[in-house]
Design a protein around this ligand. Sequence first.
Ligand code: BGC
Length: 742
Amino acid sequence: MTATTPSDPTVLPLEQKAQLLSGQDFWSTPPVEAAGLPSVVLTDGPHGVRRQVGDLDQIGLLESVPATCFPPAVAVGSSWDPDVAERIGAAIGVEARAIGVPVVLGPGVNIKRSPLCGRNFEYYSEDPLLAGVLGAAHVRGQQGAGVGASVKHFAANNQETQRMQVSADVDERTLREIYLPAFERVVTEAQPATVMCAYNKVNGVYASQHRWLLTEVLREEWGFTGAVVSDWGAVDDRVAALEAGLDLQMPGDHGAGNALVVDAVRSGRLDEAVVDRSVRRVAALAGYVGEPTDGFDADAHHALARELAAGCAVLLKNDGGALPLASGQRLAVVGEFARTPRFQGGGSSHVNATRVDDALTALQATRPVVFAPGFTLDGSGDAAELREEAVGLARDADVAVVFAGLAEGDESEGFDRTHIDLPAAQVELIRAVAAVSPRTVVVLSSGGVVSLEGWHDDVDAVLAGFLLGQAGGSALADLLTGAVDPSGRLAETIPLRLADTPSHLNFPGEQGHVRYGEGVMVGYRHFVTVDRPVRYPFGHGLSYTTVETSDLQVTTTGADSAEVAVTVTNTGSRAGRHVVQVYVATTAGPVRRPARELRAFRKVALAPGQSETVTFPLDRRAFAHWDVRESGWVVAPGEHTVQVGRSATDVVAEATVTLAGDEIVPELTLQSSVAEWFEHPVAGPQLLEGFLATMPEGAGEMHAGMLQMIGSMPMRRFAADFGAAIPAAELERLMAAAQAAR
Ligand code: BGC
């Protein structure tokens, strides 16, 4: 289009304004020449640019322009390193500008509620702090390169089963503490250009028309100023969505929704000011449109993808120093994934990689290697024959490295898994190899967590690569050979059994509803609270060096905040990166708290012998719970223990502080219970005094017993029965006193 100076788009005719609020096609908004607005292309994301130019599809089946496939979120989550997320965001920004894409749809910060979710590979963690910090860093990087981001899928989109219809039934405390904070952090810290609403309903209302989510929480509480875009096809009632706060419907629906908007305004059902508000927000996206830049350095980005991927894989087990591989060892590499790597997930995020490294070639470049596929990705062929061939090679080698995992068809956007097992043929292969090989190392590639049961104890080392992007093969070789020290940590618990996971009985729901019955006890919060063993806990990850933690100091910095200082020392002989994990544990307050919750973390690089003192400010949110009675965050007065862990279950240092916290004067009504009245800090003592004055001698002792017996009785009924003892006027006076003290 010819460039014109943008003018106020709200002066356009209503029809044109309505048009601006939905896609002109699958991936772009319509240009409005009269207002000087160019078309804005929005495309996936999140770990690479998927720009389709020919035939279009939303589910990643058709080709797109080549772009670097960076490590997907499952890997970035395991890096515990915002620097990784930010550099990926920045590189995607550079590629998007070269390819002519002003808005790239990502990152996804939904919480991994169940290991079965088909899209867990696209999400960071089961922990909202980790997901939020990484998501905000990605947005900073991408938008710093001049390309708008879209944090998605807002909110409570934690499964693929029935994702377009299911109602995620979640209580408010759980939403506030688990499912919203990652979005909150991304919005408040990084102000993404857009937020993408989820397909599903939240407590019975489609996210696309959820006023509380899209307007009250997102804009009024968090201060979001960008545009809310629908997930592709998520709009059910266009007018209701617009009113609730959804600005842009994607993709377009050939004008049907626009006509409804125009009708609603003309008939007086919809205020035109609502249209204008969204028009301004969508028009602002034009600010990201620029002239395409002059390409990008594909080699440099591939090298970056390799460097970053190596910081993501998690060394789960390394008995007897099986890794790194020593030079001179005879090495047998087994498993189809070694030469046909699994490096990204299926669905809308599928990137047409500029090139793909495989671990076999990368290892062959460092030493002589013998290879056998061991299995086929689609289960075809003679499993016994393939296994025997691999076992034969392993028998004659000093060490066997088995590349196992899930094939692309086993997990994807669009459906959830029904189990977390590796294919049986691979389990058999691992066991057979381990039975003959002096040393067996298993390298895992999968988007979701897989069970290690049935073979874990047979092998010496396990390296979880998850999905590492297009350079994952060479990054794995770097880790196996020790060129790079493993520094990933689990962002997600690996359970012993699927049935142990907290959402198990409520996943994926039934008859249109999925009840988040486990509340805030998601992931490790559940396991540490009920003290149930897991195969590997959240936060776990080994390195080739050793790190010691010392000198933990926790000092309060106010009634509801503290500062933590702790020293970490590399006591080994190799350089490494260590993740300091800070958890807070408390039983103070009126609600059941998880036994500990991650509240801060930092990845530090340490040369051999090097010490570093790391400090963390812990603000009030680090100690707070969402209090449904107060409709807000409350810090309970009392003891809060700060714990430094190597994982959620391995606490290496702790210190307790006493916080003054918030003085909550609860509201009192006649429906409040007798116990709430007597225990009330303002009304309680006065009530008791007046009550005892009218009672016979010895009533004081009776009081405690009475509270236990009838403490739950609403005061209205109690006062009616004991009317002479507590006159209505006195209750009115006390309620007013309580209110005045709030
Ligand atoms: C996915 C989004 C994606 C969109 C566009 C949807 O099916 O849920 O994450 O951005 O398609 O491809």
